[in-house]
Each structure stands twice: as C-alpha cells, then as structure tokens.
Design a binder for this molecule. Sequence first.
Ligand SMILES: [Zn+2]
Length: 124
Amino acid sequence: MQRANVSALAGMLQQHCPRCRTGKIFRKSLFLFPDMHEWCPACDLKFEREPGYFLGTMYIGYGLALVTIAILSSLLWWFFRWQIQNAVIGGAVLFLPFAPFLTVMARILWIYLDQSIDPDKSEK
Ligand SMILES: [Zn+2]
C-alpha cells in the first residue's frame, strides 16, 4: 500500500490513518465523540492493536488538558487580572467544551506515535 503524499501533521489534523493517510480513523457521528473504525477502510490497519491499547491516550490527553487549562487560565489572569486561584478555576471550566476534541486528538496522537515506533507491516 502506497502512503498518500501527506505530512504526518496534516494526516493527524484530517484524522487519517497513519499508514496510508487516506482512510479515516473515525466515522462521522451525531454525538460529540465520533465512532472509531476498527480497521482502516483503505489499508486495513487495525487501529486498536490489542485490548487496553488506548490506555496510553490518558497520558497524552492529560498533557493536552493541562496545557489547554494553563493557556486559558493565563489568558483570564492576563486580561481580567483575576486572582490566580479564580483564573485556574475559570480555565478549567472553559476547558470543558474542548474535552471531546482533545480526547479524539489524544487517540490520533497515540496511534501516530505507536505507528512511528512500532509500525504494523501486515498488508491486506
Ligand atoms: Zn490506512
């Protein structure tokens, strides 16, 4: 299977498979958290390689959440001159609408990280 001529960053942002960069990782869904394909529709890469595979996404999601809350808290502190405790609480509350997006991005980052370290070379 030939990989599409797309950078890893563009592939992640478009939610494409890390191996072929054409198949979508997620199905469209009416809910906030979209359904994930079990296999890549284009190259048949199995996204969840083993049970518990996505436990590592917690670390990435935690890091993304901390960075987001820090940025939002800093903005509140900078613009409104709130006390730091209030700015952190406000940043955590403002973070909540971003949580589903960051959860999806954490999974995509995890799949790309895993495929860059230990690529699945099995073919269709
Ligand atoms: Zn693929």
